[in-house]
Design a protein around this ligand. Structure first.
Ligand code: 25A
Ligand code: L14
Length: 340
């Protein structure tokens, strides 16, 4: 699909958003072999000056001809934009790595976490989906445990940062905190209730089965990425007043017994995972310390004493990095590795 080159013509669509911004930083940091970088966002941001490796790049508005001559585009402008523009890009021969929920469950679109299922990139036909942030950080940890002991069932509860919703939500948490501390009435526009000093058991829309879309994404995406529809997953996804870094409490039931020490050993050699687990020294993963890092941190590794073969874990990862921008760039890196 992708022709091998020394350097590639790239685009970031949604470049002014929380994820888009992070995509630009990750491309810089990893010295992605870029020939030209074009940045797109909505009309509102047309002409805005951003920088890439200290050079000015001006934001463009998307149009029918935007993708001509481009090799790879990283999309993070919301599902509605991806529905319209990803096929336009793919049609002009530009491979799309899409961060939205639009294409993830399409059977013709691979859903990829490079540490887990890089082989699925072989059957891509122009659009590759980047999974949901909460799913990504969970599967990098589930995969090595599944390989060692076969996972039967997963029960997960998330503690998700506001940056997952984008810039406006980060502003809302800051503004509400400031208002409350100065005795003003806080206003809520992005979330249905105040998020500052609060916890909301509600991420994305509610569905008919009583779950939210975010919860069902964790169920369906996990099975698709792991390539195993027999894994049972149930999720409760919760918003907490944290700017960056999603935390997850994960309970895993396996076919084979895995002791806490064996789980620690398996995870300590897993790619993209750092075991951070020394409770006697108060060492466990925290969103504040995962911010800006690329790995998924895992700690509080315990055997579930209520069942035969079970584990409890606590995971934290930067949702804007591994949960979104970094994973997308890693997919692009795999694509150029596989190009011929
Ligand atoms: O639908 P989804 O995919 O499930 O996700 C919805 C949102 O979640 C974020 C992302 O928000 C997305 O819009 N997101 C998606 N996947 C994610 C993931 N895996 C994820 N977050 C975490 N993990 P975002 O804020 O990061 O990015 C939004 C970007 O989309 C651009 N955009 C919007 N319309 C567009 C478009 N780009 C091209 N064509 C279009 N028609 C958007 O650019 C931004 O880059 P922008 O120009 O609309 O916004 C520029 C600045 O203006 C602020 N702003 C936005 N709305 C308003 C506003 N300011 C004032 N008033 C407003 N009404 C934005 O905050 C931005 O800073
Ligand atoms: O990518 O946290 O499917 O509000 C949509 C909801 C990302 C997180 C996705 C949130 C999610 C977002």
């Amino acid at each position: 699909m992708l022709k091998k080159k020394d350097r590639y013509n790239m685009a970031v669509v949604g470049a002014t958003g929380a994820v888009g911004n992070e995509m630009i930083s990750v491309l810089e940091e990893r010295r992605f072999p870029i020939k030209t970088l074009r940045l797109f966002a909505s009309e509102r941001s047309e002409g805005v000056r951003l920088t890439y490796l200290d050079k000015d790049v001006f934001v463009e508005k998307l149009g029918e001809d935007s993708f001509k001559g481009l090799d790879i585009a990283l999309f993070s402008a919301g599902a509605e934009r991806s529905a319209v523009w990803a096929p336009v890009a793919a049609q002009s021969g530009c491979v799309v790595v899409d961060n939205s929920s639009q294409w993830r469950m399409d059977p013709k679109v691979p859903l990829v976490v490079p540490e887990v299922n890089p082989q699925d990139l072989k059957w891509q036909t122009g659009i590759i989906a980047n999974p949901n942030c909460s799913t990504i950080q969970m599967v990098v940890v589930l995969k090595p445990i599944h390989d060692a002991a076969r996972i039967k069932r997963v029960v997960v509860s998330t503690y998700q940062a506001v940056s997952g919703t984008g810039r406006k939500a980060m502003d809302e948490l800051l503004d509400q905190t400031r208002d409350i501390l100065s005795f003003k009435d806080p206003s809520s526009k992005v979330y249905p209730y105040q998020i500052a000093f609060n916890v909301l058991p509600h991420i994305d829309k509610f569905l008919e089965n009583g779950y939210t879309k975010e919860e069902m994404k964790m169920v369906h995406e996990t099975r698709k990425i792991m390539g195993d529809s027999s894994i049972r997953v149930t999720a409760t996804t919760v918003r907490v007043p944290v700017f960056r870094g999603h935390s997850e409490s994960v309970n895993i039931e396996t076919e084979k017994k895995l002791s806490a020490d064996e789980a620690r050993a398996v995870l300590s050699v897993a790619p993209g995972v750092i075991v951070y687990d020394a409770p006697e020294k108060n060492i466990y993963p925290l969103p504040l310390y995962a911010t800006g890092k690329n790995e998924t941190f895992v700690g509080r590794i315990r055997e579930d004493e209520s069942i035969e073969n079970g584990l409890n874990l606590w995971l934290v990862s930067d949702n804007l990095r591994k949960g979104a921008a970094l994973n997308a760039v890693q997919i692009a890196e795999k694509l150029i590795e596989m190009a011929s």
